[in-house]
Design a protein around this ligand. Sequence first.
Ligand SMILES: C[S@@+](CC[C@H](N)C(=O)[O-])C[C@H]1O[C@@H](n2cnc3c(N)ncnc32)[C@H](O)[C@@H]1O
Length: 221
Amino acid sequence: MPYLVRSQRALLGRMVRHLLGEGITQFLDLGSGIPTRDHVHEVVQSVDPSGKVVYVDIDPHVVAVGRDVLAGNDNATIVQADFRDHDAVFATPEVARLIDPEQPLAILMIEAFVHISDEDGPAGIVSGYRDRVSTGSYLAISHCSENEDLLAAYQMFERMALGAPPIVNLRSREELTSYFARLDLIEPGVVPIHLWRPESDDEVDRNPDQVQMHAGMGRKL
Ligand SMILES: C[S@@+](CC[C@H](N)C(=O)[O-])C[C@H]1O[C@@H](n2cnc3c(N)ncnc32)[C@H](O)[C@@H]1O
């Protein structure tokens, strides 16, 4: 689990750097968790101090701590909202202040769907954002795949924070791939997270075929 958490944060950094290289300067991070070390705003603002970042999380504790972390940062903020409702997210004053929906932006959904049920329809949530953003925007998604050991580990890990076993939804690589419908899926497609555009100091030699977390990035044409 620590390896996967490290790998996931490294993936986030690579994705954000790739997006910056593509000229993206505004980022909406759905299901962000607390914006701790190496999170989106640190990566963005180390390259472009004027880059804009809005974190979205439903958990009031996450948002309260996040506000402390981001205090004094005029170009990054966190808002409490339910990302299943894209209208509600875009209606928040924080998003209205920092994000220009007429310009390309990046929507990040890094392990955001693990607590979202099939009834809530992750594919529909993704397509709602896809249809709403301007041409040239990107959607980046990672998701845990179906694996019993990963499920047990995830529940143990989450229980430390939540006190009770949370509902964890694992989904196949094929299902994750289907979320990129009507987007230009950029190279290397949907792959184990540490094989998504690895950089020289990434740990890529540790059972890459067994890592049951996948990621991909699509561009709206
Ligand atoms: C596994 S954590 C995500 C980690 C984070 N994206 C990262 O890269 O470290 C999932 C987060 O999604 C949040 N979340 C779950 N359901 C949500 C919803 N419907 N709307 C907004 N946030 C939600 C949880 O509070 C939690 O902080």
